[in-house]
Write a protein that binds this ligand. Sequence first.
Ligand code: MLC
Ligand code: AMP
Length: 492
Amino acid sequence: MLYFQRNAQKFGESQAILSDSQTYTYTSLIDRSEKVAGTLLGKQTDLHQSPVAYMVEPGFCYVSSQWGIWLAGGIAVPVALAHPLESIKYILQDTGAKKFICSKSYLPLLSEYCQEAGISLYLWDDMVDSPSHLLPDVSLDRGAMILYTSGTTSLPKGVLSTHLGIESQIKSLVEAWRYSANDHTLCVLPLHHIHGIINVISATLYVGGKVEFLAQFSAEEIFARFKQGALNVFMAVPTIYFKLIAYLESLTDKEREELKVCMKAFRLMISGSAALPVSVMEKWEALSGQRLLERYGMTEIGMAISNPYEGERKAGHVGMPLPGVQVRLVDEENQLVFDQPGEIQIKGPTVFKEYWGKENATREAFTTDGWFKTGDVAELANGYYRILGRNSTDIIKSGGYKLSALEIEEVLRTHNSVEDCSVVGLADEEWGEIVAAVVVLKEGQVSSDELNTFMRSKMPAYRVPRKYLFLSELPRNAMGKVTKNDLKVLFT
Ligand code: MLC
Ligand code: AMP
């Protein structure tokens, strides 16, 4: 029996999930997940690690879909709610998923394509079949989840984690951050990424805690929930803390003080997925009485480095290796370095299995002795790691989302009027980085508004350039490579 099912049975009538104004116990969660599994299986006895996509609202519906896929022996492929059909098609084609669970609101978007592509589309509300036979015995080494991540290739890659990898990630966090059955956390993050899926939901449910859901980010709604006084754990990306600070600053002294009392009582608040500016950490501490715990992670490796739960949480630093995670720094020749910056490499059971269907990319991502190459550069000072940047200008982190400049360029180049283009990330206090595009046009004119509309039909809004600059040619070095650092300066 898989860990989540075993634990859920143990926690029985305790509350697991608060969503859509209802409370769900562990027993009801496991019952509903078994029904999802039974419907997916139909006459089959095991999905044998076939990928199943799901696109449902955060909450009971989401977790029971994910668990249902796992109970049926499938691989869970969460689809982002904000993605246009083009991006969804890519994920379906890349995974080869032939089953897709959705909630009512996504039927109009999906039905026609799924029918054309021979994909069975299940409406979550209708998945009420009890399993007519025993559910398969799923071993820990099986594939569990594929999450799509952008990187230094033009198309996103599917990161396949096994159940063992996921359980190892959870156990490491539970030990380091002391999750317990008394935890009551608020999930405000999108659920196609590891931060919300593992750190917020899976680890809390692993220990019998309670997860409350917000359909989408809203500072006002978050503080309304804080005020109710039940929550005691909160995790978010730096942009969210930035937005919450802006909201707090718009309140009266009395309102702010009232919220500070609520926030001070929390057991833990964490920031991650992007660098936490020291200014944000300090302002948050002054406004909430909470010293944020900053940690470092990545889809391929789970969480790897963290400031301590007890002990100094050092601003501008990400801390030390988490339990079970091996960390090392290497130079460009892959030689270990200790007193100078180097690339972070990671080894351990939390590391992913492979990029789905991409053997070469998987091989290239690891050293010959099995260390995963993160591409992030750090230094170690007084026992604390500090992230200094990345070894590629083609990766942009905006609001905690990782974006590939190459992917955005590729799409922009498909516009009829675009001759060439180059995409860069510009430093920004609120978003970490924002996407900017330099465009060389063919003959004729096109406005940035037109380009914007075009891009939004092709990719989620958060990947679309916020700024455009038109040039007659792109600056290149002697090797013919666009000098992106020169381009960034043009926007200042
Ligand atoms: C929204 N917008 C963004 C954006 N999010 N632009 C750039 N980058 C982003 N991340 C744009 C929208 O398109 C919109 O533009 C405008 O900002 C307002 O949109 P919104 O939907 O109202 O924004 P908001 O709800 O405020 O969203 C901001 C946010 C969201 C910070 C809540 O981006 C978010 O949830 N980020 C978290 C991502 C995450 O979970 N990352 C973890 C990856 S895992 P317009 O023009 O349409 O109005 C990982 C590993 C690890 O990194 O270590 O954890
Ligand atoms: P993703 O590929 O979306 O999982 O994002 C992982 C990347 O986010 C890492 O490779 C880092 O570049 C970045 N990241 C995560 N946490 C931090 C942090 N605390 N500080 C700086 N960068 C971070």
